[in-house]
Structure formats: C-alpha cells, structure tokens
Design a protein around this ligand. Structure first.
Ligand code: PHB
Length: 398
C-alpha cells in the first residue's frame, strides 16, 4: 500500500469522524466578481445575496463554518481571472469557487477545476457552453438561451414581424442572437439584420441609424448589464427608433432595476424577458428583500445577481453538508443535481444533466409605478431549461 493511499484514507476518516470537542474545519469559498469599477453594483449584489442568505440560515453548513474570500475582477480579463482563481485555490486553499460576472472570466477558470478538485457555482456568467465545459460547474443565474427563446416566442404578439438583432460581440451576445433568431424565425418572423456591437462601445448613434434604415417593426437586444445598457436604452429613446414606432424587446439585462430611475421615461414601454424582477410579487421575494435590507442593501440597488448569489449559497451549503466539509467534488455536485426549491424568483430546480437552474421566465414591460418605475410581468414561461445546453455542447474530445 503506497503512502498516497494511506494519506487518502486518513483524509476521508478525518471527514467522517470528528474527535469529540474538536472544532470542525472552516470551509473556504472563493468569490470572484466586479467589486470596483463600472460594474461594481453587480459585485456588491453577489455579496448582498451571500450575506442575506447567511443572515437567514446561519454561517455553518453540516457543522462546518463557511467563510467567503472575495476577489475583485472589474472587467472581462481571462488571464487575470485564471491567475485569481489559481491564487484562491493554491494560496487561500478554497474548496469551492463562486461568482463570475463575465463569461470570458468563468471560461478561464474552468480548466483548473478538475485537477484542483474544486466545484464552481456560477452566479452570473450566462453563456450555455460554461456548464457544458466541466462536470464541476453548476449555475444559479440564467442563460442567454433561457431568456432569449421566450423573447423569440413573444415577439409576434408584440406586433413584431420583422426585426433587427443588436447584441454585444462576445459569447453571450452570440448565444442571444442565435437563440432569438432561431425561435423567432421558426414562428414565422424575419430577422433582417444582425448587428454585433463591440464591448466597450458607448456611442450608439450608428447602431440606431442602422435600425431606423432597416425599416423593421422591432429590435431584439442584449448587452451585459452595466454602463452600455444604460447608453443603449437612452440612445434608442432619443435618436430615432422610438420616434419611428419601433418596438424594443430585450433580455432583462438591458433594463436592470438600478438604471430605471435615471432612464426614466426612456425605459417606459421597453419589453424584456427575464427570470427575476425586484417587483416580483411573492412571499419569498418579500422575505428576500427584507433580508437584503437587514444586511445593509438598498432596494434600489438590488439586481438579479443578488438572487443568484442567494440561491448559489444555498447550493454551496447543501454541497458542504453532503461532503461533511471534505474535498469531494463528485459527491458535492451529485448532491445538488435535481434539487428543487422555492427561490425569491419562484419555483426552481437544478437540471441534473445541464447542471443549470430551471426557472420561470417572464415577459415584462417597464411602467411608471408609484413615484418610480418598475417591470410589470405580463406573461410567464414556466420551468424553462437552458435551451442552449445541447446546441452549444463542445465537440466530444477525440
Ligand atoms: C456574461 O458575460 O456572461 C454576462 C454578463 C452580464 C450579463 C449577462 C451575461 O448581464
């Protein structure tokens, strides 16, 4: 029997039999997100969601204290993402990775998971290929396919027979464009033009001109929630398409709640499909918003990323319980496959094949509400899977 096997046995036994009076070892979780810079409100929402969960359910899982180590990454930067994930694994000895706002950053961390035996709980990054790329990835946010397919199904009833798609030119944008076009055209619609906008664009004048020139009834748009979404909605309102009566239909990313007060009337009448609205009426959402307030969050800054982090922390706790605090990624992921629960967003479950969250997607419209603005849910598509999982599976290794 080699030394490795003996060591393995000792580690397993240590996990199962805790000597009387011994303190259970703390399990560390590394959270990567934008905690500074133009997307900082989304990183702040990761933290608010985690803290809201802990304030309600306690900081221990299966008798083990769970501690969260936060690392800032303020933009898509795969090389930095990989270095940060490596540092969390090697120097901080984290057993789990979590967070990740941008797809390119999540994709850069994925190749580390297998060798390090670290599961990753994605709180935002929404390209379908992420969960397909490793059995150690689970995701509690949404995918572009999950929200864009309901948009493609809804466009006809909003009077859109012909459309332009306008998306950010990176992986989630391509997913959104493909999902919308495929669904909309299968329902008899026609996409006349597909505009891809470089990330970082802040002047949308030429995009708006192309939309007006195309003579379509509607635009389907996706950009990652942040400064660009604000600029896009304002430009749509101010520079032509709105005046021509063109309908704007987006994924909910384009009209996040923190932007609504400053967008004001520019956002009114924008349709979107999404899995969570702060205005969603349910006892679970009311309790969630109370626990966000209890940890210092303001209602006006809450976004879907807080809900994804809240539900993601729920999964982390279940995984830590199932593994007795030991490093066992296979058992951890197996323990949450198929899990169903009621989230602040509604009924959800973790699909056992895609390891992505299934949920209700709503068609909403922005309206004036009280002295502010809110999304009003006007239709719902229950139990939506990641429609893109099979489509975007990487080719099997040969
Ligand atoms: C992503 O990079 O996957 C992403 C970021 C922000 C969003 C949606 C998707 O709002």
């Amino acid at each position: 029997m080699g030394a490795g096997t003996k060591l393995g046995t000792a580690v397993v036994l240590a996990g199962l039999v805790l000597p009387a009076g011994a303190a259970a070892e703390t399990v560390r979780v590394g959270v990567v997100g934008p905690f500074s810079g133009p997307y900082a409100v989304y990183g702040k929402n990761f933290r608010l969601g985690i803290e809201a969960y802990l304030s309600k359910h306690g900081t221990k899982a299966g008798g083990h204290e769970v501690s969260f180590v936060y690392r800032d990454l303020d933009a898509p930067n795969p090389a930095r993402a990989k270095a940060i994930a490596q540092e969390l694994i090697v120097k901080e000895n984290v057993q789990y990775l979590a967070g990740f706002y941008f797809t390119p950053n999540a994709m850069a961390a994925v190749p580390l998971l297998k060798e390090a035996r670290v599961p990753l709980v994605v709180f935002n990054a929404a390209t379908s290929a992420i969960t397909a790329s490793s059995p150690y990835v689970v995701r509690t946010s949404f995918t572009m396919w999950q929200n864009a397919v309901p948009a493609g199904r809804s466009a006809g009833r909003l009077g859109i027979a012909s459309a332009v798609t306008a998306v950010s030119d990176y992986a989630p944008g391509i997913d959104a464009e493909t999902a919308f076009r495929t669904t909309f055209e299968a329902a008899g619609g026609s996409v006349r033009e597909s505009i891809r906008i470089p990330l970082g664009t802040s002047n949308f004048a030429s995009v708006m001109q192309r939309i007006v020139d195309s003579g379509v009834d509607g635009v389907f748009a996706f950009l990652p929630s942040g400064p660009a979404t604000f600029g896009f909605v304002r430009a749509f309102h101010e520079s032509g398409p709105r005046q021509k009566g063109i309908t704007l239909l987006t994924t909910g990313d384009v009209v996040p709640e923190p932007d609504l007060p400053a967008l004001g009337d520019a956002a009114v009448g924008v349709y979107s499909t999404y899995h969570y609205a702060v205005s969603h009426a349910s006892p679970e959402n009311a309790a969630f918003l109370e626990s966000i307030a209890a940890v210092g969050g303001q209602r006006g800054e809450v976004t879907m990323t807080a809900v994804a982090a809240y539900d993601g922390t729920h999964l982390l706790h279940r995984m830590i319980e199932a593994t007795g605090g030991t490093r066992d990624p296979d058992r951890a992921v197996a323990a949450v496959k198929g899990l169903a629960w009621t989230s602040p967003r509604g009924p959800v479950s973790l699909d056992p094949v895609s390891r992505h969250i299934r949920q209700t997607v709503h068609l909403r419209v922005v309206e004036r509400s009280g002295d502010g603005y809110a999304h009003r849910e006007i239709d719902s598509f229950p139990d939506q899977p990641d429609h893109g999982f099979d489509v975007t599976q990487p080719a099997p290794a040969r």
